[in-house]
Structures are given as C-alpha cells and as structure tokens.
Design a protein around this ligand. Sequence first.
Ligand code: CTP
Length: 401
Amino acid sequence: MTLSRKRILLGVTGSIAAYKAVELLRLLTKAGAEVQVVMTEAATRFVAPLTFETLSRQEVLLDMWSLAYSHRIGHLEASQRAQLFVVAPATARTIARLALGLADDFLSCIYLASRCPVVVAPAMDCDMLEHQAVRENLARLRDRGVHIVEPDTGPLASGMVGRGRLAALSEIVGRIRLILTPRQDLEGQTVLVTAGPTREPLDPVRFLSNRSSGKMGYAIAEAAAARGARVILVSGPTALAPPPGADVIRVETAEEMYRAVLAELESAGVVIKAAAVADYRPTHKADNKIKKGGALSEVALEPTPDILAELGKRKGPRILVGFAAETDDVLANARAKLQRKNLDLVVANDVGRVGAGFDVDTNAVTILDATGGTEELPLLSKREVADRILDRVTALLRRAA
Ligand code: CTP
C-alpha cells in the first residue's frame, strides 16, 4: 500500500482515453490512495460519472454552480485537501485552459486554487500534439513545475499511428508514487553534475558553442536533490531556472568548467557529466570585436581539457557517469568512450533521433555499464531518464558499500 491514505484528485477530461482513467482510479485506490474525481463536461460524454463515483466512493466534482457546493466553495475545499492533482487523460483543450489560467470549469478552478504537485498526462492525436500551440502550452506548464507524463507512441483513435497515446498507467502511477513518496536513496551522498554547453570566445561578442540546452543535466540535478543528495551543479550558459535544492556554479568555458569540477571533486562520491563540453577553442581571443572585412578567414583552434578523461584518471571509488552524444555507431562509440575515460556508466544518446537529444524535453537513451551490460530505455521525459540513471548509480553505490 505504497500510497496509503494519500489524498489524490484525479481530473478526467474529454478524450477517448477517458475510459483508462477508470483503471487508473482503481490502481491508485488499490495502492491505498483516497481518490476524488473531477470531470469536465466533455469527459462525461465518454464515461458516466457514476462509474467513478462507485469506484472512488466519493462524489464526483462536476458542476461548479451546483447548490451543494455554493456554501462551501467546492473547488477551494477539494484543492486544499488534495496532496496531488493528476489530470489523466488531459486533452489539448484542458492543457490550454491550465496554461492560460482560465477558470471556466471545475477542473481548471481546482488547478488555480491548488498548491499541491500537479501531474498532467496528455492524450490526443499526434498532429495536435505536435502543433506549436500545444507544445507551447505544455512547455509553459512544465516551466511552472507541472509534471508532464509524456504520451506514448502507437495506434491512435484517429486511425493514425504516432505519438499521442496516454502514457502507460504504470508510468503515471510510478510518477505519482515518486512525487508523493520520494526515495531518499541518495541521502548522505554528494552528487556533482555538469550541464549545458560551454562557450569558447572568439572576441567579446562571438563564441563557438553547441546546441545543448542543459535540460538533461538539470533534470539529473533536480532528481538527485529530490532523492536526498547534496547536489553541486556546474552549469554552462543555459536559460533554465536553478533546480530546487542544488548549489549552482555557473561557468562559461570548458576551462572554467574543468577548474570548477576539480575544485568540487573532493566531496563528490558521484559525478555525472551531462554537459556538452566544447572539444576545441580558438587559440586566441581578440580583445576587441573583430570587424567585418578584417583578415578573419580562418580560426585556429586548440583542444580543450577533457574533463571526464581527467576524472577517469583520478577515479578511486567515485562513481563516474558520462554521456555520449552520437549520430552514428551510437553504441560502439559509447562503449569506446566508457573504456577510454574509465567510466562506470555511459549514457548513449542518439542525437539524430526525433524527440531525443538537444533542446527537447524527452530523451531516448541506452545506458551501458562497465561489465558489458546495456539497458535501452524507451522515449521518456528527461526527468524520468534522470531517475533511471540514478537508479543505476544507487545500485552501484549499494554494491560498493
Ligand atoms: N567531456 C568532457 N570534457 C570534454 C569533452 C567531453 O568532460 N572536453 C565529457 C562530456 O561531458 C560527456 C563525455 O565527455 O560526458 C563525452 O562527450 P562527447 O562530446 O560525446 O565525446 P568526446 O569525448 O568529446 O568525443 P567525440 O567528440 O570524439 O565524440
């Protein structure tokens, strides 16, 4: 009964996947949660409120104006009691309402009034999911701290095959469990994470860099802090908010990252190098802006220090995790990196694949270990990938203890 007595509000919206919410309700109550359901009007066209009412043994919240609620402001009471609000399935319309903060139905009022963690599991046709409006709305919710459980790929109600199916219920329940009963399996550990790109200046206004957004490294830092670790995040330039609970050291160049990592190394039992460090830098940085028409037809480059290789040389009992961003021979190149840099794990990333790699919120990776094992993960949110990597790290820590 891992969710014993946890008070969960389940929002159901008008998607063909609404019937799956019935099973989700059953799984949550089976795990011990006390679940109350709130439905949009459209959801009632797919599943009768009576179904949810019977299974939850609680009244279904539907009508903001019903007399029964007028004296106790139903949406406030429901949202104040809840420890988590999950909307599954979430249609494009409800996602838009939540993103905009519209308060025109019971469900969206509850969202605005709630102070608890919110989980949104979208379900819609693949073309709708790919529309910029929906993507922007989801990004807005994500930026606000809403947990998005990414939809799966498969046959859709429209007859098409693509991304948009409601995520597996086990995935949604797993995420809820993680939020409500976070593992503290990294308590007492210091985890050093690097994230983002580096910038190698050519002159005061120009630099060489790469497409890394920092999202993967920030997700790892956030997940490690949630699991009880002290987290030091050495971050290249990104547009991301600092992850809650992490000490952030901001750097710009590979050289600065190298120095910051070495300065913090002593206390770290785990180092995860998600940063996309520039391999080369200009040999010379001009003091003044290089003017057009000047003699800049070639830029001389020199290698930057390979931070991870250096850490591999000084490894000791420390757990070292590297990333391998590849476009071809992904696994072979990743394994070569693991050996060359003396790593415990390498996370191989096919950056040419849609939905994986740079500046997206999802990732599809394969984790390779030093004993020759490979674990291929499906397309997951970066936060989920982060937790899977940390699961492997904690397993290694347990083995070493
Ligand atoms: N890395 C590092 N310092 C560098 C370059 C890379 O610490 N100067 C780390 C990255 O943080 C990542 C891993 O090494 O964890 C692999 O980075 P990647 O760019 O994929 O590989 P490289 O070693 O640079 O090799 P190549 O560019 O030839 O693929």
